[in-house]
Write a protein that binds this ligand. Sequence first.
Ligand SMILES: NC(=O)c1ccc[n+]([C@@H]2O[C@H](COP(=O)([O-])OP(=O)(O)OC[C@H]3O[C@@H](n4cnc5c(N)ncnc54)[C@H](O)[C@@H]3O)[C@@H](O)[C@H]2O)c1
Length: 259
Amino acid sequence: MNVLAPGSGVVVTGAARGIGKALATRFVAEGCRVVVADIDADELAIVADSIGAFAVPGDTASASGSAALVEAAREQLGKIDAWYGNAGVDRGRGLEASDHAWLTSYEVNVLAHVRAARLLLPDWVERGAGRFVVTSSSAGLLTLLGSPSYAATEHAEIAFAEWLAATYRHQGVVAQAIVARSVKTAMLERSSGLPGFISAEGALTAEEVADAVWEAGQTSQFWVSLEPDVAEEYAARAADVDTWLDGVNRFRQELDGHA
Ligand SMILES: NC(=O)c1ccc[n+]([C@@H]2O[C@H](COP(=O)([O-])OP(=O)(O)OC[C@H]3O[C@@H](n4cnc5c(N)ncnc54)[C@H](O)[C@@H]3O)[C@@H](O)[C@H]2O)c1
């Protein structure tokens, strides 16, 4: 069966810290052969050395970086069994977010997956096996107050993963989306400022995410969802979007001191 197992060849992007580092650490501990990638070459080398993974530094979102990573990973692993597109950015705030912030968010949070999938899918379809996992966010199911570029690109990220599942599921390709709201990482520290909504209080650890992702790696379920309240809010949004929007807007007003 097409599941993560000792010996699986796995690639994790954005693995120099945070969730990606925890995923790579867990996969190595489970006996997988792991290639880690990140734009932060120095930190990536430290992680790779400490866990026993193979490092491929570079921009995993660019077309050339994506191609170089797939080529290096195939050389190292023989074949790639699973791809964890985990690198992500949260750039810009409100309507003032620049075009550059929007384009970077789109490239890293969405286009990186498209570029990797183009390179991986032909081989996976031929073999009838492969696993493509994106690290998205509750922002991709709901929204993220303060960051429209993140909310919109995280939605697009999930939409692309759903499209992969809808198109290739019968050919042995598993697509999954990890959706968490708050995980104690550098990104959360940078994004803090929405108390009660996105904050370190009650946040998951990256290791808890890795536990859930490993378990989900034994299945073909689409969602890797960790916080039950996210699933409940997603269902409530689908049932009545205006009531949901009223609630989120009330919260926005509270944060602004208007309610
Ligand atoms: N921390 C949270 O609360 C949270 C919640 C939901 C989803 N997420 C998602 O989880 C993923 C990992 O986030 P994290 O919290 O560990 O963040 P992080 O900022 O701690 O780590 C992200 C890593 O991605 C790397 N990266 C960014 N752009 C890159 C690029 N173009 N090429 C290669 N590497 C690149 C960074 O150098 C960094 O090491 C992201 O996709 C993020 O959107 C995070």
